[in-house]
Write a protein that binds this ligand. Structure first.
Ligand code: ADP
Ligand code: MG
Length: 322
C-alpha cells in the first residue's frame, strides 16, 4: 500500500461523520468509549457488504460508503431506535486514495444526515469487503418483528422494487428508460427511514426492514408474530419510473421480490390505525397499506380474488432466490 494503515485511518476515518459529545474516546485508541443516555437501552446491529455480492464489482465508491452505513441504519430504523455511533471494518485490495476519498465521502454524508459518529474500526488488506456495526439507543421498548397479531393492518414505506430495477439498469441488464436515473439512485443511495421508524414505535405492533424482498420480509414479520399475512396485489405502491422501466406485471413482481429497498414493513393493530393515519398522514410520511395479518401461516398475494404464485419470495444467500 502506498499509504500506511495509520495514515489511511488518520486521513479518511478519524473525523468521519459528526463529532458527538457522548463519544468519550473515538478513533485512535484500542477501543472506543461511549456514553449511553441515562435510562435508554443500547441497540446494536451489523451488516456486511461483499464486492460482487452486495454491490456490482466496480460500483461507485461513494455508493459503497453510503450503502454500508445505510443498510445498518435501516436495521435500527426497523427497531425504532436512534443511531449514534458506527464502527467500520474495511478490507481493501489496495489503498487507492481516490477510491478511499469517495468511499469516505459517501459514508460521511449519510453519517452527518443522521448524526452518527464513526468511533472505530479495523483496516485490513484482502478482497473488498465492508462491515459496519451500528450502535444506537431507544427509550423504552424497541419495535420487534414478533408483536403482530391476526387482524393487524400491514403497511410498507416508499415504493419497493425500485432498487432491484436500479441494480438491473446499473448492471446493463435493462435498457435505459425515462426515470432510469431515479431507479439507479434508489439502488446506489437508499434512504434509511430513520424518522419514520422512530415515530412508528408509538403505533406499530411489529416492524421489519425490507432488504431481501417485501414478500419474504413480510413473511418473516408474520412468522415471528406467529401468524400469516395477506397482501393485496392492487394496493402495492409502485413508482412511475418502475412502471416505465418494467411494465405493470414485472413491476408488481419486483415490488414483491426485489431486494435492496431498505424500506420499512410494519403492522398496526386495529385500535391504532385511525390514530396513525390522522397523526402521521400516509402521503406525508410515504407509506401505504398493503394488506392484513391473518391466523393462517404463510403470505398470500391476492389479485382480483385469486391467490397469485411467485417463483421466489426474496433473496437468501445460501439457497439463492427462495
Ligand atoms: P489495533 O491494532 O489496536 O486493532 P488499529 O491500528 O487497527 O488498532 O486501529 C487504530 C485505531 O483506528 C483504532 O481506534 C481503530 O478503532 C481505528 N480504526 C481502524 N480502522 C478503522 C476504520 N476503517 N474506520 C474507523 N476507525 C478505524
Ligand atoms: Mg485493528
Amino acid at each position: 500500500m502506498s499509504l500506511s494503515e495509520f495514515d489511511l485511518i488518520e486521513r479518511y476515518f478519524r473525523h468521519c461523520g459528526v463529532k458527538r459529545e457522548d463519544v468519550c474516546l473515538g478513533v485512535g485508541d484500542d477501543a472506543a468509549v461511549l456514553e449511553c443516555p441515562p435510562g435508554q437501552r443500547l441497540v446494536a446491529a451489523m451488516d456486511t457488504l461483499v464486492d460482487g455480492v452486495h454491490f456490482p464489482h466496480g460500483a461507485p465508491p461513494t455508493s459503497i460508503g453510503h450503502r454500508a452505513l445505510a443498510v445498518n441504519l435501516s436495521d435500527l430504523a426497523a427497531m425504532g431506535a436512534r443511531a449514534a455511533w458506527a464502527l467500520l471494518a474495511l478490507t481493501l485490495p489496495e489503498a487507492q486514495e481516490s477510491w478511499l476519498a469517495q468511499f469516505a465521502a459517501g459514508f460521511a454524508g449519510l453519517a452527518r444526515r443522521h448524526n452518527v459518529a464513526l468511533v472505530g474500526g479495523d483496516t485490513t488488506r484482502g478482497p473488498l469487503c465492508v462491515t459496519v456495526q451500528i450502535l444506537g439507543h431507544v427509550q423504552g421498548s424497541a419495535m420487534l418483528r414478533s408483536g403482530g397479531r391476526p387482524g393487524d393492518a400491514l403497511f410498507v414505506s416508499g415504493t419497493p422494487g425500485d432498487a432491484a430495477a436500479g441494480l438491473a439498469l446499473e448492471q446493463g441488464r435493462w435498457p435505459a428508460s425515462p426515470g432510469s436515473r431515479y431507479l439507479r439512485e434508489r439502488f446506489l443511495f437508499p434512504t434509511p427511514r430513520m424518522e419514520l421508524g422512530e415515530r412508528l414505535r408509538e403505533y406499530a405492533s411489529a416492524c421489519i426492514d425490507v432488504s431481501d424482498g417485501l414478500l419474504g420480509d413480510a413473511g418473516k414479520l408474520a412468522a415471528a408474530s406467529g401468524c400469516g399475512a395477506q397482501i393485496c396485489y392492487a394496493d402495492l405502491p409502485l413508482s412511475q419510473p418502475l412502471l416505465w422501466a418494467a411494465g405493470a406485471e414485472r413491476a408488481h413482481e419486483l415490488a414483491l421480490t426485489g431486494g435492496d429497498d431498505y424500506e420499512l414493513c410494519f403492522s398496526v393493530g386495529p385500535g391504532q390505525i385511525d390514530r396513525l393515519l390522522a397523526q402521521m398522514p400516509p402521503q406525508r410520511w410515504g407509506y401505504t397499506r398493503i394488506g392484513t395479518l391473518r391466523e393462517a401461516p404463510g403470505v398470500d398475494v391476492v389479485r382480483e380474488g385469486a391467490v397469485v404464485a411467485f417463483a421466489h419470495s426474496g433473496y437468501d444467500h445460501f439457497s439463492g432466490p427462495a
